[in-house]
Design a binder for this molecule. Structure first.
Ligand code: MTE
Ligand code: MO
Length: 419
């Protein structure tokens, strides 16, 4: 795919479309009569707000539709529920905490720093209890990681269900965390030679508990207390949460209160009855911790239709892998007959969201859009049929199949499946 046309419209083609006034809304010919250019506007002559109007700022009201949304029929009660990141309306790679999806099993609790305790017990030389102030005195690390709920895209197993990538792929966020490596905390307590597993427990009423192999904990897990430069928000586990890079969101225990070292897994509810995958023969697959490579076109998408007609069109999306970085993303506009390499734009951190762009000159005809991620292990994101051939149709979790969007000539977009 080295043909120049794969790299999107040329600069000359873009300017040509602009001068013709066809593709871009405000063509050159209209400028002289555009009151937004020729007339003085209120914002040119009246004073704006003073500096302290909003001590902690929120997005301007024109962006008020860029919010987390839930699907009311999905769960019986908002206390044990999930909402979705508006990925169709975001750009770049970092997810603002204020619109990063939430998943709570017993609601988001308010736990003040002075009341925070982290206990380390079990197969250790010294049982320890750390306060929040203690955590702040350990050497810290800063890393960007995505966190994806294993149930992301879970409603799409049998076929296209929900109309919008916010709902089909929005159980994901990507933040820059600052925290203490779990390794340093465990070294302080001294893990006994028999210690092979660590149970992480949350302080909320759900008693969220997961068994995590000691090896992973020592490798790259963090007890994080900052995200995107500021304190974790309440809903993301203030004042401290466990970060388990590349592994399913359920293990990222919020309001972390205890780490117990043991010699075998505990087989808790969240790792037996939940977060296991029922296979075609009825058996259940467990310990599927890693989130495999996946991608989605975020715009155009059902909530982000094309409103500008034919001509230059920016196709963009996200790709990620729990095993490392994304090596390549391919995009097709014809349902997989021809694939083109997209541009990876932005940082390429391991186990973090990657942004891709694919610029095309849209002729206004129907498109069947898909993206396909390939990670640095060489793993290729599967089609939904490939996934079902291996996994059967009774699964919920770990659906990383290729998403298809049908773009209609009028610019509307629908969630479809061509497998
Ligand atoms: N203590 C506690 N930790 C928890 C949960 C919870 O309900 N309680 N939910 C888990 C699940 S299933 C997911 S997907 C993530 C959601 O994290 P977020 O709300 O920051 O997006 O937290 C995990 N950690
Ligand atoms: Mo989850």
């Amino acid at each position: 795919m080295s043909d120049d046309s794969d790299k999107g419209p040329s600069r000359r083609g873009f300017l040509g479309a602009m001068a013709a006034g066809g593709a871009l809304a405000a063509g050159g010919a209209r400028a002289a009569s555009d009151p937004l250019i020729t007339e003085v506007q209120p914002w040119n002559q009246l004073l704006g707000e003073g500096v302290d109007e909003t001590p902690y700022g929120l997005p301007i009201r024109f962006e008020s539709d860029v919010v987390r949304r839930d699907v009311p029929w999905l769960t019986a009660d908002p206390i044990s529920s999930v909402n979705f990141t508006p990925i169709h309306a975001l750009e770049g790679t970092i997810t603002p905490q204020g619109c990063a999806f939430e998943r709570h099993h017993a609601g988001a609790i308010e736990l003040a720093k002075p009341d925070y305790r982290l206990m380390i017990n079990g197969l250790v030389d010294r049982q320890m209890v750390f306060t929040y102030a203690d955590l702040e005195r350990f050497p810290r690390e800063t890393h960007v990681y995505f966190m994806e709920c294993a149930a992301n895209s879970g409603m799409e197993w049998a076929g296209a269900q929900l109309n919008g990538c916010q709902f089909t792929q929005g159980m994901i966020h990507n933040m820059e965390y600052v925290g203490v490596p779990v390794r340093l905390l465990l070294e302080e307590a001294g893990v006994k030679p028999e210690g092979k597993w660590v149970l992480a427990e949350g302080a909320d009423a759900a008693g969220m508990t997961r068994s995590i192999p000691l090896e992973k904990m020592l490798d790259d897990c963090l007890v994080a207390f900052k995200a995107n430069g500021e304190a974790l928000r309440k809903e993301h586990g203030y004042p401290a949460r466990l970060v388990v890079p590349g592994w399913e969101g359920n293990m990222w225990v919020k309001w972390l209160r205890r780490l117990e070292v043991g010699d075998e897994p505990w087989e808790q509810r969240e790792e037996t009855s939940k977060y296991t995958d029922v296979m075609a023969d009825g058996s259940a697959r467990k310990w599927t911790w890693v989130m495999d490579a996946k991608s989605v076109i975020t715009s155009p998408s059902p909530q982000a239709p094309i409103t500008h007609g034919k001509g230059p069109l920016v196709i963009t999306g996200l790709a990620w892998s729990g095993r490392g970085t994304i090596r390549r993303v391919d995009v097709t506009t014809d349902g997989g007959i021809t694939w083109h390499e997209a541009r990876l734009s932005g940082p390429s951190f391991s186990k973090a969201l990657h942004r891709f762009h694919f610029d095309v000159d849209w002729d206004g005809s129907e498109m069947i859009l898909q993206s396909r991620a390939i990670d640095d292990t060489g793993y290729v994101q599967p089609t939904k049929d490939q996934l079902r051939a291996f996994r059967g149709e009774n699964s919920i979790y770990h659906n990383n199949g290729i998403q298809t969007w049908l773009v209609m000539p009028d610019g509307r977009v629908e969630n479809v499946e061509i497998s």
